[in-house]
Design a protein around this ligand. Structure first.
Ligand code: ADP
Length: 475
C-alpha cells in the first residue's frame, strides 16, 4: 500500500515519519499509511499559501464558485465510495457516513452560491461630499485544524468558506482519520485549485502547533483543552480564532412530553453515532412524573440496538473510534459507578466477527448534576438521567454546566418550550428534536466553554473568513 503524502505548494511530498490509520471495526484492517509533515514542510505549506494568496484573492467570484461547485459534484458522485471509506476509518455506520459525505457536498454547493452573493455596503456619510463603503476582504492564510468524529463534514464547513471568500488554506485533519482528509485534499487538488491555494499537512498535535506559528487566522474544532491552547496561541499572535469544542448537552423531558418523541430524541441524541458527537445528549434531565416510564422505554430501546461492524448491513451503531477513546469511555463508566450512579443499562465490551472497539450503551440513573459523569465530556455511548421536580428545576440543572453547545426539551407545552428556547444558555436550542442533527445553511456554535469566536456555517461564516474595510471617498 503506497504512503499517502502531504500536499505542499501543489506537490505531493513524503516525509521520514508516517502514521497508520486502523479500522476500528476490524483492527487487522489497515486503512492507510500517511506521511507526517515535518516542521519545515508546515512552514513551506504556509509560505506556499502566502505566495498564492494575492492571485487567488483576485480571481473572479465565478471562478471560485465553479471550483467549489465542482468539488461538491465530485463528493456527491463518489458518496458511496467515500462513505465506505469514512465508515471504515471512523466507525460510523455506512448510512451515517454517506449522509456525512452528502453533507460535505451540500456545504461546498452552498458556498459556491455564497461566493457570488456576498458583498459590502455603501452608506451615506454623516458629512457632506463623502461616500462611505464597507467592503470585505480575505483574512489571508487560514489554518484549519479538525477532529476525527466528522472527518469530512467539519473540514468542508471550514475549507469551503475559506476558499469562497478568497483565502488560502493550510489544512490538518485529525491524525485519527487522515484518509478522509487526504481524499478531500486530492479532490480539491484535482479540481484545478491553483498551486498553493490549498495545502494538506497531516500529523498530530505538533503539526497543529506549527500551523499556529505562521497563519493569519485559525479555525479549530476539537477538545476543550486543545481549543484553549489554540485560542491562547492565536491571541498571543493577535490573529482571529474560531474554536468549537465540547458539550455536556442537556435533553429536558417534562411530564407532559409525548413519550415516544422523548425516547426517540434521547436514543438518537445520546447513542447514535456511538455518542461521538459534540452535540450528543449526555444529560437526560427528566421530571419525576414521566421518569420511570421514560427510563424503562429508553433502556429497552438501547438494549436492542445492533452494535456491529460499521459496514455490515443492519448495524445501528458502529464501534468506538479507537483504543484511547474506548479507555476513556470505560474510565467514565467506572467513575460513574464509584460516584454512586446506578447503571440501569451497563455498557459491555462486545465480541464480534472481527476484532474491534465494540462497546454497548450505558444508561446511568440516580445521578446528580455535580457528578463528574455529568460535568465532563465523555464522548461515547454513555448518558445519565437526572431526576428533577419540575420545569424550573430542569432549566436550572440544564444551565448548571461549563458548556453551552446544544440543549433540547421535549414537551407539549408551548409556554415551557418558548421559555426554554429563550432562557437555556446554549448556542443551539432543540424543541421536540434530538440535540444532534443540524442544517448546513444556518449558524452553528455554542456559548461558554463550548465555543470561542464567531459562528461557523451558513451566511455567518463570512464574519470569520473576511475582514471588513471601511473606506471614505470624496465625491
Ligand atoms: P480529540 O480528542 O477529539 O482528537 P483534540 O483536541 O486532541 O481532540 O484534537 C483535535 C485536533 O487538534 C486534531 O487535529 C489534533 O491533532 C489537533 N491538535 C492536538 N493538539 C494540538 C496542539 N497542541 N496544537 C494544535 N493542534 C492540536
Amino acid at each position: 500500500m503506497p504512503v499517502q503524502n502531504n500536499l505542499i505548494g501543489g506537490t505531493w511530498l513524503g516525509s521520514s515519519d508516517t502514521l497508520l490509520s486502523i479500522n476500528p471495526s476490524d483492527t487487522n484492517d489497515v486503512v492507510g499509511e500517511f506521511a507526517v509533515a515535518s516542521a519545515t514542510q508546515v512552514r513551506d505549506a504556509i509560505a506556499a499559501a502566502r505566495a498564492a494568496l494575492p492571485t487567488w484573492a483576485a480571481t473572479t467570484t465565478q471562478m471560485r464558485s465553479d471550483l467549489l461547485h465542482n468539488i461538491g459534484s465530485e463528493l456527491l458522485a463518489r458518496k458511496e465510495e467515500l462513505g465506505d471509506l469514512l465508515a471504515r476509518e471512523e466507525g460510523k455506520t455506512r448510512a451515517e457516513a454517506m449522509g456525512e459525505v452528502t453533507r460535505a457536498a451540500q456545504i461546498f454547493r452552498f458556498f459556491a452560491g455564497e461566493t457570488v452573493r456576498y458583498g459590502g455596503e455603501k452608506l451615506p456619510s454623516v458629512r457632506p461630499g463623502i461616500e462611505v463603503q464597507n467592503t470585505r476582504h480575505p483574512v489571508g492564510v487560514v489554518g484549519i485544524i479538525t477532529p476525527w468524529n466528522f472527518p469530512i463534514a467539519i473540514p468542508a464547513w471550514k475549507i469551503a468558506p475559506a476558499l469562497a471568500f478568497g483565502n488560502t488554506v493550510v489544512f490538518k485533519p485529525s491524525e485519527r482519520t487522515p484518509a478522509l482528509g487526504w481524499a478531500l485534499a486530492d479532490i480539491i487538488a484535482r479540481t484545478a485549485a491553483p498551486k498553493g491555494v490549498f495545502n494538506l499537512v497531516m500529523g498530530a498535535g505538533p503539526v497543529g502547533d506549527a500551523i499556529l506559528d505562521g497563519v493569519d487566522a485559525v479555525s479549530f474544532t476539537g477538545s476543550v483543552a486543545t481549543g484553549r491552547h489554540v485560542a491562547r496561541r492565536a491571541v498571543e499572535r493577535m490573529i482571529p480564532v474560531q474554536a468549537e469544542m465540547g458539550g455536556k448537552n442537556p435533553l429536558v423531558v417534562l411530564d407532559d412530553a409525548d413519550l415516544t418523541t422523548a425516547v426517540n430524541c434521547a436514543v438518537d441524541g445520546a447513542f447514535f453515532q456511538t455518542g461521538q458527537r459534540c452535540t450528543a445528549s449526555s444529560r437526560l434531565i427528566v421530571c419525576e412524573g414521566i421518569h420511570d416510564r421514560f427510563v424503562d422505554a429508553v433502556s429497552e430501546r438501547i438494549r436492542a440496538l445492533v452494535i456491529d461492524h460499521a459496514l455490515k448491513a443492519g448495524t445501528q451503531c458502529g464501534p468506538v473510534v479507537d483504543q484511547r477513546q474506548l479507555d476513556q469511555d470505560l474510565r467514565y463508566i467506572d467513575i460513574g459507578k464509584r460516584e454512586g450512579a446506578t447503571p440501569k443499562v451497563l455498557g459491555e465490551l462486545l465480541t464480534r466477527d472481527t476484532p474491534g472497539f465494540y462497546l454497548s450503551p450505558t444508561l446511568f440513573v440516580d445521578t446528580t448534576n455535580d457528578m463528574r459523569i455529568n460535568r465532563e465530556e465523555i464522548f461515547g455511548p454513555v448518558a445519565s438521567v437526572i431526576r428533577v421536580k419540575d420545569y424550573d428545576e430542569a432549566l436550572s440543572v440544564a444551565n448548571d454546566t461549563e458548556f453551552g453547545l446544544s440543549a433540547g426539551i421535549c414537551t407539549t407545552s408551548m409556554k415551557h418550550a418558548r421559555h426554554f428556547q429563550t432562557n437555556v444558555q446554549s448556542g443551539l436550542a432543540m424543541i421536540n428534536l434530538p440535540t444532534a442533527g443540524l442544517d448546513y445553511h444556518v449558524p452553528f456554535g455554542g456559548t461558554k466553554a463550548s465555543s470561542y469566536g464567531p459562528r461557523e456555517q451558513g451566511r455567518y461564516a463570512v464574519e470569520f473568513y473576511t475582514i471588513s474595510k471601511t473606506s471614505y471617498i470624496e465625491i
